[in-house]
Design a protein around this ligand. Structure first.
Ligand code: SAM
Length: 220
């Protein structure tokens, strides 16, 4: 994601009622934000929000929280909000996902989406990858048993790393994967494209996807 210092971004994000500015105070109480007990799914590293908006529209009975650490990027998502008729099932957080466990409590989240996560190719940065064991340990704490992680990327090295990390994890199990999503009808049905997915598939790059399930507590 190319970052620019956008004048007014901080102010616009601060003024947006759909951005939760003190997410730590809602730990264990996110249902109150939405005013219902519907399942909550999060997208970590949501970028400009195309996927999140599509998911929320297609699934009105699910609540979605988009997490993005840069205001300049989040600004692009909130600019897409229809202020006349805003979706009731979306909120945004501008935080680093390393803080997930300070924001959500045990079993508070039913689904996690990781789309085109930054690859952090240097080995010494591996712990920053959103599918590293460090992040899987954070997801383990907040996901319900049977909850899912859905991960898409064009980066084969990151995908192979992710399959390996999840493969050795005691908390998650890969139940489906493909290295060419757009040619795998059973995984591509209902697929909502992200900004990066659109860009890379236009260049002819195959898209990899995996779905991992959070094992039940007693066998994790
Ligand atoms: C390569 S972009 C992909 C954006 C979008 N998901 C897509 O597929 O079009 C990765 C995004 O994740 C965000 N990101 C990366 N690490 C993050 C973290 N630890 N916490 C929150 N956001 C993060 C980046 O700022 C960037 O906007």
């Amino acid at each position: 994601m190319r970052l620019r210092n956008i004048p007014g971004a901080e102010e616009a994000v601060a003024a947006c009622p759909f951005v939760i500015h003190d997410p730590y105070s809602f730990r264990g109480r996110w249902a109150e934000i939405f005013g219902n007990e519907r399942p909550i799914h999060i997208e970590v590293g949501m970028g400009k929000g195309q996927f999140l908006f599509g998911q929320a529209e297609a699934n009105p009975n699910v609540n979605y929280i988009g997490i993005e650490r840069y205001t300049s990027v989040l600004l692009r998502a909130i600019q897409k909000l229809d202020n006349e008729n805003p979706p009731k099932n979306i909120r945004f957080l501008c935080v680093d996902a390393a803080e997930l466990n300070d924001i959500f409590s045990e079993n508070e989240i039913s689904g996690i989406y990781l789309n085109f996560s930054d690859p952090w190719p240097k080995e010494r940065h591996a712990h920053r990858r959103l599918t590293s064991d460090a992040f899987l340990a954070r997801y383990d704490k907040i996901l319900i048993p049977g909850g899912t992680i859905e991960f898409k990327t064009d980066n084969r090295a990151l995908f192979d790393f992710s399959l390996e990390e999840i493969g050795v994890s005691h908390a998650f199990e890969v139940v489906q994967f493909t290295c060419d999503l757009h040619r795998t009808p059973q995984l591509c049905a209902g697929n909502i494209m992200t900004e990066y997915e659109r860009k890379f598939s236009k260049l002819g790059k195959p898209i990899c996807k995996l779905i991992a399930v959070h094992k039940k507590n007693d066998i994790a």
